[in-house]
Write a protein of this length. Structure first.
Length: 360
């Protein structure tokens, strides 16, 4: 379990990181292109080393509700799926958010709508960032752009989940899940003892000691005044998260006259497009949101004051572009370029789109 550099898929990196981070339980169901997460955990057999529970549930609905139950006891629990499977989990995700339970949810996106295709996509942006289930809630949404970040975002996801008592989603496109890269696995964190869980999670349902009253975790409140009070509390927490946790990466933005905004695998493709544009004398920069919620609105606003135009590149019909437009601090043209159905654009297409949309 010592730190090592190895070559593995993004999905495999998540599984290895989960074991090393002392995760208590994984509950999932196979679906392409994320099935290697479950398969790798079964190969690692962490129940014999760390005591981690790994269970293939009978359905996606069962898996998310197992996470709900495990998280209510203060344990570190996670699940993973791909687009149609995450749709089935939405009711449980809404319950977990309402109950203020920490959990990590992986969505390795594929093309849709419907069963769609097993090829990569980024069309679950709205579902993840706007709340795919019912009610006024938010997930913290992390968007990895490398296999290394697939590993790194497991401990980060749990840190944020427990810090804010809020579910975290790692929103990865199918390319990042399936591609192989060198990765440094995170340091080993031993699983917390029951005493540590009780100390760190005084709200958890762990059995009532004589020192306190019973802990009750419920998402049902029939008194509308109390339900409104709980919702106001949630909104105050979300405001705190927005103020402290928005993250992004910038590439050649110091002197850029045009800005590309992209996340996940598309951001990596756009880096090459930026280099090609600069070689042609066009000053282009890239902003990559690392947190899709909270969205790095302040950074977009700052850059909007210096650029002549913004191109939003996504593997969808235009979703993140809405958050980019809402973030603007000045009137600047914003255009979208995307591919659909599992087709991945290349750097030349992005550069052509930039030139055409801004008449360069």
């Amino acid at each position: 379990m010592e730190q090592e550099v190895t070559l593995m898929k993004g999905n495999e990196a998540i599984a290895h990181a989960a074991v090393r981070c002392g995760v208590d339980g994984y509950f999932g169901y196979p679906i392409t292109p994320q099935s290697e997460i479950l398969e790798t955990l079964e190969e690692l057999q962490p129940w014999d080393t760390t005591g981690m529970v790994v269970l293939q549930a009978e359905s996606e609905v069962a898996a998310i509700n197992m996470v709900y139950g495990g998280a209510s006891t203060g344990k570190s629990c996670m699940t993973s799926s791909s687009s149609p499977g995450v749709s089935l989990k939405q009711e449980g995700i809404s319950y977990i958010a309402a109950g203020e339970l920490p959990a990590l949810i992986i969505n390795c996106m594929r093309g849709g709508p419907g069963l769609g295709t097993i090829q990569p996509s980024q069309s679950d942006y709205f579902q993840a960032t706007k709340g795919g289930g019912h009610g006024d809630y938010h997930l913290i949404v992390l968007a990895p752009a490398s296999v290394q970040e697939m590993a790194d975002f497991v401990p980060l996801g749990f840190d944020l989940a427990f810090k804010y008592r809020n579910p975290v989603m790692m929103l990865a496109d199918g390319i990042i899940g399936q591609m192989m890269e060198k990765v440094v696995l995170p340091p080993v964190r031993p699983r917390r003892t029951d005493a540590e869980v009780a100390l760190q999670c005084p709200w958890a349902v762990t059995g009532k000691p004589e020192s306190r009253g019973p802990n009750v975790l419920t998402t049902l409140e029939l008194d509308p005044h109390l339900m409104e009070k709980h919702n106001i509390h949630l909104q105050e927490k979300y405001d705190l998260i927005k103020a402290n946790e928005a993250r992004c990466e910038e590439f050649h933005t110091d002197d850029c006259e045009y800005l590309i905004v992209a996340f996940g695998c598309v951001a990596r493709i756009c880096m090459k497009a930026v280099e090609e544009a600069r070689a042609a004398g066009i000053k282009v920069g890239l902003l990559r949101p690392i947190t899709l919620w909270p969205f790095p609105a302040d950074e977009i606003a700052r850059l909007s004051r210096q650029v002549k135009g913004i191109l939003v590149a996504e593997l969808n019909a235009g979703q993140m572009i809405e958050d980019v437009i809402l973030s603007l601090d000045t009137r600047v043209p914003v255009h979208h370029f995307g591919r659909l159905g599992g087709i991945v654009m290349d750097p030349d297409e992005i550069l052509v789109a930039l030139k055409e949309k801004f008449a360069l």
